[in-house]
Design a protein around this ligand. Structure first.
Ligand SMILES: Nc1nc2c(c(=O)[nH]1)N[C@H]1C(S)=C(S)[C@@H](COP(=O)(O)O)O[C@H]1N2
Ligand SMILES: [Mo]
Length: 435
């Protein structure tokens, strides 16, 4: 098997290469231009060539999601330690989890999605790693991971991280960026110390407005002066008691792709607030203006806009809490069900709020049934729900789920369009055939 990364555009990454110059990329990867579709095999065309590369046919190719790259291809090395994730981009690495692989109440490390904006740091060893707390504090501090463990209460909490762009794939007109469908979300048990305790020890000065987070990852350009991502949160959010500086995930060290050896976890807010490979938390007297804090990044219009409408820069506001949402993790979409009844299961979450109810429909929303809903195991965790559903006849059904949160807000049928495709919390629909 040739080394695709070297042959197809060096450090650029296969996906970028196919986007920019599909014909040339096809030629380099396959030795000729793939038939028909100019977008190359990664976009779902060129299955014949994909099969040829594998040296065999792909009988179930119809089940392969768009953008899916067989793990047998060289790119699997960018997803080391991950199981069944769909790679959306290889540089930076972005991979989501198919909903049925998120069925467990706690997302295992090998199924936790990956959203990188830059390159993974070369050294992610806990030895010698330090996190600096500075800016508007009385006592700036530099702490090793051992210091964090010794000087502060160590807590374990189940916390949801969801990318602000989860669901972007369904926007029309399309929004640029990673085409996440459902799986840029997970809920893992994180162990760490409360950011609040650390900030209080450092002494938060009057007049602090915002945190600014910095990580050790590199900018894609290779420019050491540039950061791929540096976001922050209002100081009040940083001081809530479920915001962690985490050094373990599900009882073991963090996977490198998920921010080893230490990351922030800011549950309920866009995943981009949860800085990975954390090096610094800087307290500022202004709203942080780091990489991906300004322009259209993680910002949405402050008034309703029509699909495709241009929005002026001053009309954007920073996304804070994530909206109410639910996910059906059983059955998997496309399933053939042998029985006329099935246990429908999934999770639901809503930013800083709790979920009050989850309703299920199998008749395209005409009637709804309440699911059994568990309370969150702690604030910031998603809630598990289940409902055994009986289908009256054989045939095709869609199972829809709709969560309602503690403020009485439910998921919409349709997406409120915004230019960068954030915050799509429309109902999850799963299609099944009943025998
Ligand atoms: N240092 C750093 N932290 C980061 C990012 C990044 O690119 N660099 N991506 C952010 C974004 S946009 C998201 S959605 C989450 C994803 O966390 P995960 O990759 O562990 O799933 O990490 C956030 N933290
Ligand atoms: Mo994100």
């Amino acid at each position: 098997m040739p080394n695709k990364t070297d042959r197809a555009g060096g450090s650029k990454g296969l996906f970028a290469y196919f986007d920019e110059n599909p014909d040339e990329a096809d030629k380099q990867v396959f030795g000729r231009v793939a038939h028909s579709d100019r977008r190359g095999f990664l976009k779902g065309a060129g299955l014949a060539t994909m099969g040829a590369m594998l040296g065999t046919a792909i009988p179930f190719h119809r089940n392969m999601p768009a953008g899916f790259v067989p793990v047998a291809f060289a790119q699997d090395d960018v997803l080391t330690g991950k199981d069944g994730l769909t790679l959306l981009n290889d540089r930076p690495v972005n991979a989501e989890t198919p909903p049925h692989l998120l069925d467990a109440p706690i997302t295992p490390n090998d199924r936790f999605f990956v959203r990188n904006n830059g390159t993974v740091p070369e050294n992610t060893s806990a030895d010698g790693w330090e996190v600096t707390i500075d800016g508007m504090v009385d006592n700036p501090m530099t702490l090793s991971i051992a210091d964090l463990k010794e000087q502060f209460d160590v807590v374990t909490m189940a916390l949801v991280i969801e990318c602000g762009g989860n669901g972007r794939a369904f926007f029309d007109p399309p929004a640029s960026g990673n085409q996440w469908t459902y799986g840029a979300v997970g809920c893992a048990e994180f162990t760490g110390v409360r950011l609040r305790d650390v900030l209080e020890k450092a002494g938060v000065k009057d007049g602090v407005v915002y945190t600014a987070h910095e990580g050790a990852d590199g900018h894609l350009s290779g420019d050491a002066e540039k950061m791929p991502l540096s976001r922050g949160v209002p100081i009040a959010k940083a001081l809530t008691d479920n915001v962690l500086i985490a050094f373990e995930m599900n009882g073991t060290e963090l996977p490198v792709l998920n921010g080893a050896p230490v990351r922030l976890v800011v549950p309920g807010w866009p995943g981009s607030c949860s800085q990975k490979w954390l090096k610094r938390v800087w307290l500022r007297d202004v709203v942080h203006d780091g990489a991906k804090m300004t322009g259209t990044s993680y910002r949405v219009p402050n008034h309703p806009v029509a699909a495709g409408e241009e929005v002026a820069d001053e009309d954007f506001e920073i996304i804070e809490r994530m909206p109410v949402k639910s996910l059906i993790t059983n059955p998997a979409t496309g399933s053939d069900l042998a029985e006329k009844s099935v246990e429908v299961r999934g999770h639901a979450w809503s930013g800083d709020r709790t979920i009050e109810k989850v309703d299920i429909s199998i008749d395209f929303g005409a009637t709804w049934m309440s699911a059994e809903l568990d309370p969150p195991v702690n604030s910031g965790a998603w809630q598990n729900w289940k409902k055994t559903v009986r289908f009256p006849l054989a045939g095709y059904y869609e199972i829809w789920s709709r969560a309602t949160d503690s403020n009485g807000v439910s998921q919409p049928f349709a997406i409120a369009w915004n230019p960068k495709g954030y915050l799509n919390n429309s109902m999850h629909r799963v299609g099944v055939r009943v025998a």
